[in-house]
Design a protein around this ligand. Sequence first.
Ligand code: UD1
Length: 422
Amino acid sequence: MSKLYIEGGYPLAGEVSVAGNKNAALPILAATLLTDDEIILKNLPDILDVRRMVRLLECIGKKTEYKSRNIIAISGAVSNNKLPEEHAGQLRASILLLAGLLLKTGEAFLFPPGGCVIGRRKVDSHFEMVEDFGGEVVSDHSGFHITLGEQKAASIFLKEVSVTATENVMILAAGIKGRSVIQNAACEPHVVDLAEFLVKLGAKIEGAGTNRIMIEGSHCLTGAEHSITPDPIEAGTFAIAAAATGGEMVIHNAMKEHFYSMGRMLRSMNVMFKFQDEKTLHLFPSKLEIKEKKLQVGLWPNFPTDLMSPAIVLATQAKGSILCHDWMFESRMFFVDKLNIMGADIIQADPHRVIVNGPTKLYGQHLTSPDIRAGIALVIAALAAQGNSVIDNIETVDRGYEEIENRLNHLGSKVRREEHHH
Ligand code: UD1
């Protein structure tokens, strides 16, 4: 396990560039199963989840070669459809390999997927859609055996607006001749990025970014080159870190089109910012104050659940009270205990709701990161706090944030990593 030692109290200031979107990279890597031709992916974030997904691709027969830390070439055929449990279990997004495995081998064996423990994250939507395509799912104590016989286009109504289920349907439909339709589809920027990638392989797709997506697939998809779009959550995270520590920051590759609800959240806490152009966000030191008394997550383009934990930290530094509500995940909010130990004044109303009263001074503490987003939120809290903090289990943060300590130190923080090898 690795730890970060953080000396708090220094404003994060300067310039930073947002990395490629984790949640776009993962489905796009999974979609490389669709063709044996060479795929070149650029702007791939160098994060633990991506490295784990690349390792899974290798386990099932794909050849992968890093050309640089953010560029990878992938080619070759799928030769094996059993994901090794020790690797698949670490990565919930391994479920995204389902579509490609079904197309290439007719069957897939999956273990209960890993990832964050922030709620009862069901995989039902993924299995229901396979059944809608005429496939079958059999489960026992060791996992799931999923088969797909005839490959026939289908009309899918997702029972939940699930991001990865939408992506799995898109990948499956892209490899099946004929016209498939997804209704109640997720609208996230990563869904749009995946669609653009699939189109480069030869699929026809309309409506990505809306809740009705039409996909005309093909048996003969070809190689392509694609650059992963910037990560909206990382952009929002840096913006919050600047605001919470009172720094002036210019964030490159922060896409204006991603900032409707995130920008609204920032304004609702009186954070001063402006877009210099379509992808450069300038944040100014601000007198934080709660202007809207409620912040609620929603389906994109509403406020993203993945930014709720950092937003709660920001609220601890703002004058006033705010109700923060995350209905999606059952366990998102429990990390607020750790903020209270640091000096915050947060009342947990129920598993989905907390009331943050601010501003409060935060003081350095010894903490353990419970999951990726709460982890980065604790890092921000430690940066804003007086004194020294230690944050254990920092691998949870490495899952999604590239070179976090180097990038923060480049912005003037004092963060040091200590690796613990067993
Ligand atoms: C993806 C993201 C993850 C993000 C999540 C929600 C990837 C690899 N991961 O995960 O970072 O936190 O989307 O934006 O892309 N739910 C409902 N009703 C709905 C929709 C969702 O109750 O209409 C619940 C689900 O049961 C689940 C949670 O919300 O517990 C997240 O749903 P889902 O969109 O399936 O998340 P993932 O695709 O796993």
